[in-house]
Ligand binder design. Structure first.
Ligand SMILES: Cc1ncc(COP(=O)(O)O)c(C=O)c1O
Length: 402
């Protein structure tokens, strides 16, 4: 048989990994064989009962479709939405104007645009370890390197400020805070954020990226906007509909630029060029988001309460399982669980894949969120109803007892 000569893949694409969805490939194979998999891998509330997108947002999205509001929109977002986002960000304590807001296809697109506009060969993006995987996957596409700063596993995954200090240099163009953090759920205290900003402030080429996509899912009452605390360091805030508005499939998010010293004029021009070249975000979905921002947000309490109950159940169960440990997170909807047996912990990906094949529960290996700081853990989402979580945890317990 003749061998077909393969066309080369780019090194950029070949280096991309997204652990949260990469583990879905074997799960789909098992499903095709007729097995039912309990999926606890993706942070998508819509995949589970009781956490729907609010009805008034769905109505506004549908109304846009009905009135044929299906055309291309302005590249930076529809003006009503930019104003509503600016209002919402200003309410968090900083002076955000509609011109500071750029609407994107989710935070994930905003990240690509930011990396494309900031990074040159050899530049560094300093990110928390562990972190949401695109912070590792994307910078290399633009010549940059991702370096992780340590979150302290012995102290609720608190930011290790000394570690950041030791890793700062002139190549660090972007310093990232994810608050609340995915996967650990840590919520930084206001005074920690002040120290974080003070570190960046010593490096004039450094801009802070504040990923606050879980900001409304804060159980500590301490979560605050990074931009609201920065007097001179530039901060780009990221947020959107995916988590707090329970509509991840709409693919709408934004970046809001706080540039108190006016150092980002050129890079912002680059961002605007990039945004114009990719046309616009989904027009009807932007109307749905707008309804979420301007209408009453009382509904969120019920959703948070449900998530809290499900998370508390998981924490109690995990505390009773030999071989697992987990601290209560401050926010978001994940648990980042420590595997205490050093032999099992040494290969967390095998643990996840073996559990999947033998007991049909899908988790994500901790090393997928950081080879250095996340290994020896797994991440589970706490979004399903308690009965589903109970079954999943029974199976995890049985697997560890095997
Ligand atoms: C920290 C963080 N940022 C961004 C995203 C994705 O945001 P979007 O759906 O707006 O692209 C996620 C999704 O899990 C996340 O955990």
């Amino acid at each position: 048989m003749s061998v077909v000569e393969q066309v080369d893949v780019s090194t950029r694409a070949a280096a991309i990994e997204y652990a949260i969805r990469d583990v879905v490939i074997p799960a789909v194979e098992l499903e095709a064989q007729g097995h039912e998999i309990i999926r606890l891998n993706i942070g998508d509330p819509l995949a589970y009962e009781g956490l729907p997108t609010p009805e008034h947002m769905v109505t506004a999205f549908k109304a846009a479709l009905d009135r044929q509001d299906n055309g291309y929109g302005p590249s930076y977002g529809i003006p009503e939405l930019r104003s509503a986002i600016a209002f919402a960000e200003s309410a968090k304590g900083w002076n955000c104007s509609p011109d500071d807001v750029y609407v994107t296809h989710g935070v994930t697109e905003a990240l690509q645009v930011i990396f494309a506009a900031f990074l040159e060969e050899g530049d560094t993006v300093l990110v928390p370890g562990p972190h949401y995987p695109p912070y590792m996957a994307y910078p290399q596409m633009y010549g940059g390197n991702t370096v992780e700063y340590r979150l302290d596993p012995e102290d609720g995954w608190r930011i290790d400020l000394e570690d950041i200090r030791s890793k700062m240099d002139d190549t660090v163009r972007l310093l990232v805070l994810i608050n609340p953090n995915n996967p650990t759920g840590n919520v930084a205290k206001p005074e920690e954020i002040d120290s974080f900003i003070a570190i960046a402030n010593d490096w004039p080429k450094c801009t802070i990226v504040a990923d606050e996509i879980y900001d409304g899912l804060d159980f500590t009452g301490q979560q605050c906007s990074v931009a609201s605390r920065s007097k001179s360091t530039p901060v780009i805030t990221l947020n959107g509909v995916s988590k707090v508005y329970f509509a991840p499939g709409w693919r709408v998010g934004y970046m809001a630029w706080h540039d108190p010293s006016g150092t980002l004029v050129a890079v912002r021009d680059g961002v605007e060029r990039l945004l114009r070249s990719r046309l616009c975000a989904s027009t009807p979905a932007q109307h749905g988001f707008l309804a979420g921002l301007v209408d009453d947000q009382g509904w969120l309490e019920g959703h948070c309460e449900r998530i809290r109950r499900r998370m508390d159940y998981c924490l109690k169960r995990i505390a009773s399982i030999d071989g697992l440990e987990c601290e209560a997170p401050g926010g978001a909807f994940y648990l980042f669980v420590r595997i205490t047996d050093p032999e099992i912990a040494a290969n967390d990906k095998s643990f996840v894949l073996d559990l999947l094949h033998q007991h049909h529960v899908l988790l994500v290996h901790g090393s997928g969120f950081s080879p250095e700081y996340g290994s020896g853990h797994f991440r589970m989402v706490c979004l399903p109803p308690v009965e589903v979580l109970a079954e999943a945890l029974d199976r995890i317990e049985a697997f560890l007892g095997d």
